[in-house]
Design a protein around this ligand. Structure first.
Ligand code: PGA
Length: 248
């Protein structure tokens, strides 16, 4: 059985001191043995956040990472910087990074491989636009994103990956995908992993749904066969995140 994984994506919110205060508020609310709980926080919050979650079930993740080891890449953060700081997960290829920071399927693939090389679990984001959904090309588009993201990734690595299916039209809009829409795409992603690798890899990989997840929508979404948890934006900054983690 796959363990659920519920991750918060804080985006560009919370100064270091605000981050510590939020973690103190959320700590008692997100206790569970049934799911992995991850807070993906802004880079500058990582070090105080790792300190603040010591002794709890919370893991700290990053929201981005560069694909080179080190050097003249002003403003970027390397995988070794993240691991040395105590980071276990990194969000790769969020739609906001693709839209505003020109990330492509190719850079996503480079970052995914680099994260695995350093023992960081990537949370690999994919998702269609409203136009793509309306034109009926959602599954084709997502399959392309997945196939390129996993180029030259081994089956053993892929088994430990987390994939976040986030329809762009559902992010930050309050428009959550229907349970059927979310399950249909997550199932197709698992089938695609099965085609690239094998049945065992498809069964092992964890697939999250993201996009306006709330305490109200989480229980039904997370009960779907192919949905192994969520990537949560807005609601991850509120006590509601505790209800999402303990959704049962
Ligand atoms: P949202 O964000 O929950 O605020 O829609 C999700 C995400 O972008 O990861």
């Amino acid at each position: 059985m796959r363990k659920k994984i519920i991750a918060g994506n804080w985006k560009m919110n919370m100064t270091p001191s605000e981050a510590i205060a939020l973690i103190e508020t959320l700590k008692p609310l997100v206790q569970t043995d049934e799911a992995d709980v991850v807070f993906c926080v802004p880079a500058i919050d990582i070090i105080p956040a790792v300190e603040a979650v010591k002794g709890t079930n919370i893991q700290i993740g990053a929201e981005n990472m560069y694909f080179e080891e080190k050097g003249a890449f002003t403003g970027e953060i390397s995988p070794a910087m993240l691991t040395d700081a105590g980071v276990k997960y990194v969000i790769i290829g969020h739609s906001e990074r693709r839209q505003y920071f020109a990330e492509t399927d190719e850079t996503v693939n480079k970052k995914v491989k680099k994260a695995f090389e350093h023992g960081i679990t990537p949370i690999i984001c994919c998702g269609e636009s409203l136009t793509q959904r309306e034109q009926g090309v959602t599954i084709d588009f997502i399959r392309q994103q997945i196939k390129i993201a996993f180029l030259d990734v081994t089956a053993d690595q892929a088994k430990t990956a987390v994939i976040a299916y986030e329809p762009i039209w559902a992010i930050g809009t309050g428009k959550v995908a229907t349970t059927e829409q979310a399950e249909e795409v997550c199932k197709a992603i698992r089938a695609c992993i099965g085609e690239i690798y094998d049945e065992a890899t498809a069964e092992a990989v964890r697939i999250q749904y993201g996009g306006s997840v709330s305490a109200a929508s989480a229980p039904e979404l997370f009960a779907q066969k192919d949905i192994d948890g969520g990537l949560v934006g807005g609601a991850a900054l509120k006590p509601d995140f505790g209800k999402i983690v303990n959704y049962k």
